[in-house]
Design a protein around this ligand. Structure first.
Ligand code: PLP
Length: 347
């Protein structure tokens, strides 16, 4: 990325520096394509998962769209309430309800995430895609959280379009991609200089794209079983110190690195601040953008209305060590000793 930043060429220019930039761009495209199992031609770089999602939704051309109720806000905020398919208490898309909506709303496009960014619950994407296609709708999958952990190729998922974001795999923020099934004729949402084969206008963010390519090239090197084992130790310890706490989505298949923990009576910000004081960075249930914390729409959709403001999300990754887990558990035990008495009084 530093090398690319130091170069001045624009991939659209035909002079020498431009050709160097073009080579870097196409090499990164090959890396992303190879890591995800698609053809290079079927990778369109975007400014991130948000833009990839918006580009996918635009393929409905203004006609109705149906999405799951637990999608990321970059999908949800673009779709009216009536187009949201509910999830079960385990946080999985309710396929019967999806089918009902397909008949009722006759959508042009259905969008379902591969795995929830809050609970880690893996969604029945292939089943949803088959249903949607049977009703004549296009299928988009937001695979931002699944990249590196699950197969994401559109053909594998039965989807037409798949969104990715580099910063979820250790790449830089502000770069992502939309993958297409072979032969999909994508209509640009952002028009301009004809970049990305007229599918996404605007001078390419070459350093970001190079970083995405390198990160994609390293996929498959993380030891997910070891991370899942650490997560298991952490979950057991959290529950032991706080028997009223609930880990959500445990009856469904989940990503190996996320914990969504609800502790009734303890607001998320109280938990966050206490952990932060000890150098532990966790999130509120929702990815509280711009520092605002709102009750998690995901947990509300799962029927956990009352407790949706009491959820924290703990993410593990390649750099998480057994010592990190032990430290978090120790801090959590002390915190719960202090707070359980208070909750008792409040009740
Ligand atoms: N979709 C999901 C499931 C996400 O978790 C995120 C980001 O956290 C996005 C989309 C948005 O991606 P980006 O931040 O690259 O715009």
């Amino acid at each position: 990325m530093a090398e690319a930043m130091g170069e001045t060429g624009n991939p659209s220019s035909v002079h020498g520096p431009g050709r160097v930039a073009r080579q870097r761009l196409e090499e990164a495209r090959r890396q992303v394509a190879a890591a995800t199992g698609v053809r290079s031609d079927d990778v369109v770089f975007t400014s991130g998962g948000t833009e990839a999602n918006q580009l996918a939704l635009a393929q409905a051309m203004g006609r109705p769209v149906v999405v799951s109720a637990i999608e990321h806000s970059s999908i949800l905020d673009a779709v009216p309430q009536a187009g949201r398919a509910p999830v079960t208490r385990d946080g999985m898309l309710d396929l019967a309800e999806l089918e009902r909506l397909l008949v009722e709303a006759r959508p042009a496009l259905v969008s379902v995430m591969l795995a929830s960014n809050e609970t880690g619950v893996i969604q029945p994407v292939a089943e949803a895609a088959a249903l949607a296609h049977a009703h004549g709708a296009l299928v988009h999958v937001d695979a931002v959280q699944g990249l590196g952990k699950l197969a994401v190729a559109p053909e594998w998922l039965g989807a037409d379009l798949v969104s990715l974001s580099a910063h979820k795999i250790g790449g830089p923020p502000g770069i992502g991609a939309l993958l297409m099934r072979p032969g999909f004729a994508l209509t640009a949402r952002q028009v301009g200089g004809g970049q990305e084969q007229f599918r996404r206008g605007g001078t390419e963010n070459l350093p970001g794209i190079v970083g995405f390519g390198v990160a994609a090239g390293r996929l498959g090197t993380d030891d997910w079983p070891a991370i899942a084992a650490l997560r298991g130790t952490l979950e057991a310890g959290l529950r032991e110190a706080s028997p009223t706490s609930i880990v959500t989505g445990t009856r469904a298949p989940r990503l190996p690195n996320l914990i969504s923990l609800v502790t009734p009576g303890l607001r998320a910000e109280t938990q966050l601040m206490a952990l932060d004081l000890d150098g532990i960075a966790v999130s509120a249930g929702a990815a509280c953008s711009s520092g605002r914390m709102t009750a998690s729409h995901v947990l509300k959709a799962m029927g956990l209305d009352q407790d949706a403001e009491c959820a924290i999300r703990i993410s593990l990754g390649w750099s998480t060590t057994p010592d990190d887990i032990a430290h978090l558990l120790e801090v959590w035990r002390r915190f719960r000793q202090r707070t359980s008495a208070r909750i008792g009084t409040l009740r």
